[in-house]
Design a protein around this ligand. Structure first.
Ligand SMILES: [Zn+2]
Length: 56
């Protein structure tokens, strides 16, 4: 249980996901039709998907 990545900080909740275009995929949220809608958007090419894993 002592294995830790050199650059990873334990306890950090922010996860960086990079799109194939090189942009950073960020989680966003918007209020629509009375509901909070969460989605992921690429910072570079502005592609939107329901969740980060849908980009791949
Ligand atoms: Zn992209």
């Amino acid at each position: 249980m002592a294995q830790q990545s050199k650059n990873a900080r334990a306890g950090s909740s922010t996860q960086k996901v990079l799109h194939s275009c090189g942009g950073e995929i960020k989680m966003k949220s918007m209020f629509s039709s009375g509901k909070m809608k969460h989605y992921a958007e690429c910072d570079s090419c502005k592609q939107q998907e329901r969740r980060p894993s849908d980009f791949f």
